[in-house]
Design a protein around this ligand. Structure first.
Ligand SMILES: Cc1cc2nc3c(=O)[nH]c(=O)nc-3n(C[C@H](O)[C@H](O)[C@H](O)COP(=O)(O)OP(=O)(O)OC[C@H]3O[C@@H](n4cnc5c(N)ncnc54)[C@H](O)[C@@H]3O)c2cc1C
Length: 364
């Protein structure tokens, strides 16, 4: 029996496992997808190395505001660089009018990116874990309290499995827990409702990334940043690597429901057309381009995530305040962070709170 079972190997689950490994506390990490990372994903041209990857999920972090994440990145020996913002930005009010050129503004504090993409954070954490403790392709379906232990029922390729642990840490978004996990006995109804009502940050969104041989927009004094009303991309940024390939990326403004009904080839050509309207003809011919639609990922989004919330939701309760599940089940995914709910830094914060509380209990 494991001391702790962590469900979900996104940043929160991987960080919790990394810390338990450091503390010598027994754990097992169960992940439904075939690979770890969750909402973190980076991609490159076929055959490109880790240095030439671009983010399809999270891109930025803010060391000045998020020192705990910054420390982790330093401890793992990863390197960061500032988001490129030099130059003018474009504002497109109509597809039939030339975009307006405006003074670009520098974000404060400056947003930072990782060399190798955010995936390098996943890779570095995984390198510190004991491989047999991470079980990939195992989708947890049931949690049953059986005296001193919790029986964890999961489905994997071709097989159902049950294992047990003292405590379960939920490193998956609260909404997925409410939709997918059957708890026996049932969780308090108010807690389940609260978790079901907590939006999963960025789950309704999709990104388009286009790679080029050189950042030609900079030659026109443009930063690569743009806002557009006609779309399909609403917000566009430079995604180039300091010494590598040039790239632009954009968030779709088109809602998830409309994206779902459009063939990917059609979306791709609409994005290329839009980038050419904004940045000139070379933008219509990227050397590679990618679309990642997180709303289509059942291990990230639910039907309730169709519409994007305007702001980060307040974090819900992380555990039952009373009853048999109190202290046996704890939410550690990013949405449970009171400080940075929904952010990468929130995943580290929520997981660290669980690890610190456990370490304090073990010392007593
Ligand atoms: C497009 C996009 C852009 C973003 N941009 C930024 C940014 O610039 N900066 C920033 O700070 N944050 C950003 N975010 C948010 C950031 O990605 C998240 O805060 C962070 O990755 C959450 O990590 P997590 O481990 O809490 O959850 P997740 O990454 O969602 O991990 C949950 C894991 O649980 C697994 N799982 C689900 N159900 C089960 C089950 N039943 N059994 C087992 N495993 C299961 C999933 O497969 C997944 O691996 C962005 C997100 C997206 C999608």
């Amino acid at each position: 029996m494991a001391r702790i079972a962590i469900i979900g190997a996104g940043l929160a689950g991987l960080y919790a496992a990394y810390r338990l490994e450091q503390l010598g506390i027994d754990y097992v990490l169960l992940e439904a997808r075939a690979a770890p990372g969750g909402r973190i994903a980076s991609a490159g041209r076929p055959g490109a190395g880790a240095a030439d990857r671009f983010d399809l999920g999270p891109t930025w972090f803010w060391p000045a505001l998020q020192p705990q994440l910054e420390r982790l990145i330093e401890d793992l020996g990863l390197h960061r660089f500032a988001q490129h913002e030099d130059g003018a930005m474009l504002v497109e009010r109509s597809a039939h009018r030339a975009p307006e050129r405006m003074r670009g503004y520098a974000s404060e504090p400056a947003a930072q990116r990782l060399f190798g993409g955010m995936q390098s954070l996943v890779d570095a954490l995984c390198a510190h874990l004991d491989p047999p403790r991470m079980l990939l392709g195992r989708r947890v379906r049931t949690l049953q309290l059986a005296g001193e232990q919790i029986d964890i029922g999961s489905e994997g390729p071709g097989a159902r499995d049950t294992m047990n642990a003292d405590e379960v840490w939920l490193a998956l978004p609260p909404r997925l827990v409410a939709r997918d996990l059957e708890c026996v006995p049932a969780l308090p109804a108010t807690l389940r409702r609260q978790w079901a009502a907590t939006p999963t940050w960025m789950a309704p969104h999709a990104k388009y990334v286009a790679l080029y041989e050189r950042p030609f927009w900079r030659e026109q004094g443009l930063s690569g940043e743009a806002r557009s009303l006609p779309g399909p991309l609403g917000e566009i940024h430079d995604a180039s690597l300091p010494d590598g390939s040039a790239a632009l990326f954009g968030f779709f403004a088109l809602p998830a429901q409309l994206r779902r009904s459009a063939p990917e080839a059609q979306l791709r050509s609409a994005c290329r057309e839009q980038l050419a309207r904004l940045f000139g003809p070379p933008a219509s011919a990227p050397s590679a381009d990618f679309i990642k639609d997180w709303a289509l990922e059942p291990l990230t989004a639910t039907d309730a995530d169709g519409e994007a919330p305007q702001a980060h939701a307040d974090s819900p309760l992380a555990t039952a305040a009373e009853g048999p599940w109190q202290g046996r089940l704890r939410g550690i995914a990013s949405e449970w962070s009171a400080q940075f709910p929904g952010y990468l830094a929130g995943a580290v914060d929520a997981a660290e709170r669980a690890v610190s509380a456990l370490a304090a209990r073990e010392r007593r």
